[in-house]
Design a protein around this ligand. Structure first.
Ligand code: FAD
Ligand code: SF4
Length: 480
């Protein structure tokens, strides 16, 4: 009854987050911050779950509709391997989502305990379950899968492509995943820094995928190293999960000056450097040691840049954002971590121009203060400039992290795929077969379809597309 639930809430032990490594180490190393829960911690935190219902709101709020209360019940009962299997039914990389989903906006935001003793630590329990699987040498059992004889090519080994591949092999389809990078993961590997996701995680998961029968063709750019026409000839269908890689531009005078950098090439070059991969001519390694750094933007990418610069031993790092803290789009947990590590925040400011030294290098940014006005089309209050509030923020290096737009997809448009005015591939859950494009043989999902978003939403679309592909292959393929 409601009364007994209230009594339960009142007596529930408080939420406890996992241990973070000491600040002094954090600031200097690209090591993951949080430790995985011990069995005791995972049990204690699982005990807090009230199991609000068989299909609780947390489960619906998770884009993958993970069976959260059910796997928590299994952890409480010490039945870890059953929790591992259940978790993998809906999510092919729980060790990733457990680490980097913005849980405070998703599953944990809906927890009944959120405003009393604190939400159940769903993400960390999810991570614990996955780590238990790896520690015990777990492998998915695909022995009862009946081969269908169908073959699908997947372009892009990001979360969308991998989730699609996982579902297809589990339903007897042969899959080959093509990616231009030397490792799988997309932005999980070449984007998100190692202090959020250790780089060994994707190599470890690649081994599991390979054991499941997924083939990978890495260092292979479709449209360049292999033609789409060849893939369409050799495979029964194709899934495209190529992400969004065009940085959003804002016309700032002198934004091409030496010392002004785009966020993603900066992060990718740093990751490649740490992974001891060759430096790419178009993405040179940028070392911000002893520099005064300003990062423009307030999302996850901006947070990753400020914290990377700190770890490169920058002299001073500031994040400059045009709205206030409450309106920052990224994960609140990571903003808090950035603050703890020594990043300064300048809210309600808008850049006007990059200021230069006599030699043409960056000396600072001319800023204007803003106040929040009426909500715009997206429902968020728009920043409005305050007249006469100009000031210069000193900087030796400026990183622009305003977000991403779809990159050029001519090679796909040539295959009669509709691309909308924003450059995104047109496909949706309402397509004739979910996530089918205007070319019946080609399906698509993830950031390239929905615009830059989240790992978990890209995975959800990859799974929906796999269901669409399976229906297409089995119901219509031979009659078309
Ligand atoms: P991607 O991850 O971009 O993968 C696309 C893949 O396609 C890439 O590997 C690319 O190499 C490959 N590809 C592209 N074209 C070709 C081609 N022609 N041939 C072969 N391969 C090709 N989300 C969160 O949930 N939490 C976070 O903390 C978070 N932090 C982020 C930090 C940064 C810096 C960035 C940039 C994003 C972050 N995101 C975060 C967003 C998240 O990473 C993306 O939404 C997600 O990775 C999108 O998945 P995807 O599979 O659609 O695309
Ligand atoms: Fe929560 Fe993300 Fe895990 Fe879903 S996938 S349960 S939203 S942490």
């Amino acid at each position: 009854s409601a009364k007994s639930k209230l009594a339960q809430i009142a007596t529930t032990a408080p939420r406890q987050d996992p241990i973070k490594i000491p600040l002094a180490i954090r600031r200097t190393q690209f090591t993951e911050l949080y430790q995985t829960f011990s069995t005791e911690q995972a049990q204690q935190q699982s005990e807090r779950c009230l199991k609000c219902g068989d299909h609780s709101i947390c489960e619906w709020q998770c884009p993958l509709h993970n069976h959260i209360p059910q796997w928590i019940e299994l952890i409480k009962a010490g039945r870890v391997m059953e929790a591992v299997e259940l978790s993998h039914q809906t999510n092919c990389m729980p060790e990733i989502t457990g680490r980097i989903c913005p849980q405070d906006r998703l599953c944990e935001n809906q927890c009944t305990l959120k405003d009393s003793t604190g939400a159940v630590t769903i993400g960390n329990i999810e991570r614990y379950i996955a780590e238990q699987a790896f520690a015990s040498g777990w492998q998915p059992d695909l022995s009862s899968v009946v081969p269908t004889g169908y073959k699908v090519a997947i372009v892009g080994a990001g979360p969308a492509g991998l989730a699609c591949a996982d579902q297809l092999v589990r339903h007897g389809v042969k899959v080959c995943v093509f990616d231009r990078h030397p490792e799988i993961g997309g932005l999980l590997t070449f984007g998100i820094p190692a202090f959020k996701l250790d780089k060994s995680l994707l190599a470890r998961r690649r081994d599991i995928f390979a054991q499941m029968g997924i083939e990978f063709q890495l260092n292979c750019e479709v449209g360049q190293d292999i033609a789409v026409s060849q893939l369409l000839e050799e495979y029964d269908a194709m899934f495209v999960g190529v992400g969004t890689y065009q940085p959003m531009q804002v016309k700032l005078p002198h934004n091409d000056a030496p010392g002004v950098f785009d966020a993603l090439p900066y992060l990718i070059a740093n990751t490649r450097f740490l992974m001891r991969l060759d430096e790419l001519p178009e993405q040179p390694y940028i070392d911000l040691v002893h520099q005064q750094v300003v990062v423009l933007g307030g999302g996850d990418t901006a947070m990753d840049c400020v914290r990377t610069a700190l770890r490169q031993d920058a002299k001073h790092v500031t994040c400059a954002y045009r709205r206030d803290e409450a309106n920052m789009p990224g994960s609140k947990k990571e903003v808090q971590n950035a603050k703890e590590e020594g990043v300064e925040f300048e809210f309600n400011v808008q850049p006007i121009s990059i200021e230069l030294n006599q030699d043409g290098s960056v000396s600072g940014i001319q800023m204007l203060r803003t106040q929040l006005g009426e909500p715009g089309d997206d429902g968020r209050r728009r920043p409005e400039p305050i007249a006469g509030s100009e000031f210069v923020m000193p900087a030796d290096a400026v990183i622009i992290a305003f977000g991403f737009l779809p990159h050029d997809l001519t090679w796909l448009a040539e295959r009669h795929i509709d691309i909308n005015t924003q450059g995104r591939i047109v496909a949706s859950v309402q397509s004739h077969y979910p996530y089918q494009t205007s070319n019946p043989k080609i399906f698509a999902g993830g950031d390239a379809v929905r615009g830059a978003d989240l790992v978990v939403t890209a995975m959800a679309e990859g799974r929906h597309a796999a269901a669409g592909l399976l229906s297409y292959l089995t119901q219509s393929h031979h009659t078309e």
